[in-house]
Design a protein around this ligand. Structure first.
Ligand code: GLY
Length: 394
């Protein structure tokens, strides 16, 4: 742990009513509920070997996905994280089974989300078990993902649909898939994977951000000139609005890229994005953003727990890299976010919420899809953030 993070935590310890004890309780409670819910979910879908949990419909019934859907790797990842936290071998047994359900996506060349799918499932599995087979799946997946990169554009193509509107769409979420490539480069001695990741991160840094460091969701590139042709949104309120989960992916993505490369430009980018979020006048005090920072009905707009969870995880990591002043602010925000997400407003009661962990996320409000529901990726980043916070105390 960096000295200043230790100092900030020790300062917290020095207070009369100790925030550290309070956070210990938050983490303990969050992990307990997560374990109980996830075991029930794993049991529920045990015999449906092609299914992974995704969300609930409007009637509260479970919606599952097959492995092709972009969220397929999150539930296996939750199980690995919870096995890591508890050492409970039943969780490991479940994690292995649900991870295997995603394996065929290593051949998937039609989707930039291979990074999400495989790194959250097989990536955590490999980190915790060192299984050679898991490593080979990840390397094959990195190879598939790399086929979506075009040298003259310098970016990985995100989507293949809507070709009448977007020639070569790249979404900010795609930053998250670079972690698989960075890992693969180091673990196979293949510089090309890292070159692709860094080229993508650099071009995204150049074209995806406004002067205030808010970002566009979709930037489409001209396939001949390689230059941006359109700056749009799909899941945000409008092309010029600031979609909360997009900001969260950006914060997490550049923080991760700094960890993987030690390149100062990525740290600086993450710091700018952090400052944008930390000082945003419409960021609620409790740390859970509205689904879009520019939603017209703020303060009545829906909050997005998934964006809050991704941000919390990223802020905890960034707090270890950035200067002391910003580090304190990042930790303070992550603390508020985790407290709020662990409150009854967001954390499920055991046995409810279709066995998902968190309530109140927003998938794509403008498409009236997955609005104010549990989402498997909110659960993943919440559990990851709990573990990251716990690690700070080590
Ligand atoms: N990557 C899709 C989303 O964030 O909704």
């Amino acid at each position: 742990m960096k000295k200043h993070v230790l100092f900030i935590l020790l300062s917290m310890l020095g207070c009369s009513c100790s925030p550290k004890d309070e956070m210990d309780e938050v983490i303990e409670k969050g992990l307990h509920v997560s374990i109980e819910q996830s075991k029930r979910m794993a049991e529920l879908l045990w015999n449906r070997k092609d299914c992974l949990p995704r969300t609930l419909d409007k009637d509260g019934d479970l919606i599952t996905s097959d492995s092709k859907w972009w969220t397929s790797g999150f539930f296996p990842g939750v199980l690995w994280h919870l096995y890591e936290a508890s050492g409970d071998t039943l969780l490991r047994y479940y994690a292995e089974d649900y991870t295997a359900r995603v394996e065929k996506e290593k051949y998937n060349k039609g989707n930039h989300d291979v990074g999400f799918m495989l790194y959250c499932s097989f990536g955590n599995g490999y980190r915790l078990t060192g299984k050679e087979h898991y490593k080979q799946v990840l390397l094959k997946g990195a190879e598939s993902l790399s086929t979506r990169f075009r040298d003259h554009i310098g970016l990985i193509r995100s989507w293949d649909f809507n070709e009448a509107v977007w020639q070569y769409p790249v979404i900010i979420d795609n930053m998250m898939n670079l972690e698989l490539l960075e890992w693969a480069s180091k673990n196979s001695n293949t510089p090309r994977f890292a070159e692709i990741a860094r080229s993508h991160a650099d071009a995204t840094k150049k074209h995806h951000f406004r002067p205030d460091y808010s970002c566009w969701h979709v930037v489409s590139y001209d396939t001949i000139t390689g230059k941006p042709e359109k700056k749009h949104t799909r899941q945000g309120y409008s092309h010029e609005s600031s979609w909360a989960r997009g900001e969260a992916w950006a914060l997490y993505g550049y923080t991760m890229m700094f960890r993987e490369t030690q390149e100062k430009r990525y740290l600086e980018q993450a710091e700018h994005i952090a400052d944008y979020i930390l000082t945003h006048p419409r960021m609620p005090e409790d740390g859970i953003p509205y689904w879009d920072f520019d939603a017209p009905d703020i303060p009545n707009a829906l909050r997005d727990a998934s964006a809050g969870a991704v941000m919390a995880s990223a802020f905890i990591e960034l707090s270890a890299y950035t200067d002391m002043k910003r580090s304190g602010k990042c930790l303070d925000m992550a603390t508020r976010q985790l407290k709020t997400l662990t409150s009854p407003e967001y954390l499920a009661e055991i046995g409810t919420n279709g066995y998902f962990i968190l309530k109140h996320s927003v998938g794509s409000l403008m498409e009236n899809s997955e609005v104010d529901v549990p989402l498997t990726y909110a659960d993943y980043y919440y559990v990851e953030a709990l573990l990251r916070y716990k690690d700070l105390n080590k």
